[in-house]
Design a protein around this ligand. Structure first.
Ligand SMILES: [Zn+2]
Length: 57
């Protein structure tokens, strides 16, 4: 008998700013042109926004 299979895969993503891994469902997602960035929280999100300045098209 095998133990319970771990089929439940929690998708994890890395925060763009601090690189901390977080469950994707908990991450704050920001769509940028044709890809998505993830942030562990508002702090990192705001930090990223500052570093990237205002939206430049
Ligand atoms: Zn972070």
């Amino acid at each position: 008998m095998n133990g319970p299979e771990k089929n439940i895969e929690t998708k994890r993503v890395a925060c763009k700013v601090c690189l901390k891994e977080i469950p994707r469902s908990d991450a704050r997602a920001e769509e940028v042109s044709d890809y998505v960035l993830y942030f562990c929280g508002l702090d990192c999100y705001e930090k990223w926004q500052k570093e990237n300045g205002s939206n430049e098209e």
